[in-house]
Design a binder for this molecule. Sequence first.
Ligand SMILES: [Zn+2]
Length: 172
Amino acid sequence: MPAIAHIGIGFAAKKVVPSVSVIILIVAAELIEIIFMILWGFGIEHPLSEPGAPFSPYSHSILFGVLWSVLAGLLTHVISKKTRISWIIGLLVFSHTILDLIASPKLAFYPNDTGLPLLFDYTYTYGLGLWKNKIVAGIGEIGILVAGIIIFIMTIRKKRAESLKIKGTSKN
Ligand SMILES: [Zn+2]
């Protein structure tokens, strides 16, 4: 499934919350996809490449995008007790829905994609459909991933330089 742009968002989030592991940030950005994989395993949801609905309303609908994001934020708060980090994790989960809304219907990859459903069925579907064109979709996916990795590398370099500076001053 070409959904690598979400990984880029996870990498980039390191700049906002440098104290959180990048693995957790990537998992948050891809949580909706992970939930989809689990539901697919149980035969509840189906990939867009498979002809015939109901596809993936419990992971990818706008309603469930909001629900999973709130749940992830609350769970993070229970575990970490840190309000700011909890908000960032919640927003990161929701970034998946936002990005999918911009890209969907991803006609370049799935000819029978109708966009993201609002609720449980596909009566109301939404999306800007930027991924209609294969070239735009390719540049979008890879571009966001590469930009995210660059932001991540710059952030950890800065963090390392700062910790070296602190070590240097504590020696004097
Ligand atoms: Zn997705």
